[in-house]
Ligand binder design. Structure first.
Ligand SMILES: CC(C)(COP(=O)(O)OP(=O)(O)OC[C@H]1O[C@@H](n2cnc3c(N)ncnc32)[C@H](O)[C@@H]1OP(=O)(O)O)[C@@H](O)C(=O)NCCC(=O)NCCS
Length: 323
């Protein structure tokens, strides 16, 4: 059977680092409060000329180089983002153009912080359905541009960046020992909209709007939702937490990550953490974390890796894959 195997990975971050101390000069907060409640120490903020597509292009080029293939070898680009360059065209098409390719097709996926998990599951279906052989899956965001920088309850949490992987069709035997994506579980429930949303949009206000969140409410649901989809992924494949080499969670908050890992019985040493360095980069956080752990040799060929995320909507999901 066909499997979608990760052949390359890449990451890109804006030039400017914003530390918690820098944020203390903008809103009434403290490094101590931010670190204690979230684990975040710094984040990267896009400057002039840095956009979702420019960061996405940089991450894509790094992933292509890592995979040892050329842009024209790609036949599908999927970009997970909630901060597109424009309302349309899709940021994926902008990135396709930036990469200098006119072949294949490209589109965006919008599932907020779960975007990369949704995009991986979507890419896997195109590959297994025979419609694409090599797919660039990119998570790219410039959340700094939809933050209310006077609202200390949200602006301290997010950052900008992009990460990408090249998924390629390969042969598998239909066993959990196969390399590639083994299963995906996606969920959504729109009744939670008011807990995490942007208060603008083309068809409502005609403006971009700002991110609004009831942090405590999000926190309350997060661990249960995350552990549900991860357990479903284990069940679908007959694997357990003991078989897992790495948990690569969406990097929203250290306390949510630790709470989920603890509930699942996954030791901290098996959890990839980047939230301290990047903050919450929404759809970019998982591919940024993957690139960090794969480039420093933690994630190795053959490792069993669980990706999971939860975000606005609510949306949530998990992808289990063998590297
Ligand atoms: C946002 C979050 C860190 C807030 O932590 P919390 O422990 O729930 O804090 P609360 O919202 O209850 O606020 C506690 C106090 O801190 C204050 N506070 C809020 N933001 C603050 C900040 N940046 N600096 C200092 N104080 C702050 C509040 O005003 C409140 O003060 P009060 O008790 O005098 O009213 C936490 O709810 C959280 O992580 N939620 C999930 C958010 C998330 O991950 N979203 C993305 C999902 S993809």
């Amino acid at each position: 059977m066909i499997r979608s195997i990760i052949r390359g990975f890449g990451a890109a971050l804006p030039k400017r680092v914003m530390t918690n101390q820098d944020i203390e000069a903008i809103v009434e907060t403290s490094d101590e409060w931010i670190v204690q409640r979230t684990g975040i120490k710094q984040r990267y903020i896009a400057g002039e000329g840095e956009t979702t597509s420019s960061l996405g292009e940089q991450a894509a080029r790094a992933a292509l180089e890592n995979a040892g293939i050329r842009p024209e070898d790609i036949d599908l680009i999927i970009v997970a983002t909630s901060t597109p360059d424009n309302t349309f065209p899709a940021t994926a098409v902008n990135i396709q153009n930036r990469l200098g390719i006119t072949s294949g097709f490209a589109f965006d996926v919008q599932a907020v912080c779960s975007g990369f998990v949704y995009a991986m599951a979507t890419a896997d279906l195109y590959i297994r359905g025979g419609m694409a052989k090599r797919v660039l899956v990119i998570g790219a965001e410039t959340f700094s541009r939809i933050l209310d920088w006077t609202d200390r309850t949200t602006c301290v949490l997010f950052g900008d960046g992009a990460g990408a992987v090249v998924l390629e069709a390969g042969e598998g035997e239909g066993k959990t020992s196969d390399r590639g994506i083994l299963t995906s579980n996606l969920r959504s429930d729109g009744s939670h909209k008011d807990k995490l949303y942007v208060d603008g949009g083309p068809s409502t206000t005609g403006t971009v709007g700002h991110l609004r969140m009831e942090g405590r409410e999000v926190f309350k649901h997060a661990v249960g939702m995350i552990t549900d989809v991860i357990e479903a992924a284990f069940e679908a494949t007959g694997t357990t937490a003991d078989d897992l080499d790495w948990l690569v969670p969406h990097q929203a908050n250290r306390r949510i990550i630790d709470g989920s890992a603890k509930k699942l019985g996954i030791p901290t040493e098996k959890v990839v953490i980047t939230v301290d360095q990047h903050g919450n980069t929404s759809a970019a956080s998982i591919p940024l974390a993957l690139a960090a752990a794969a480039s420093d040799g933690r994630i190795k060929k053959g490792d069993l890796v669980m990706l999971e995320a939860m975000g606005g909507g609510f949306t949530w999901g998990a992808v289990l894959l063998r590297w």
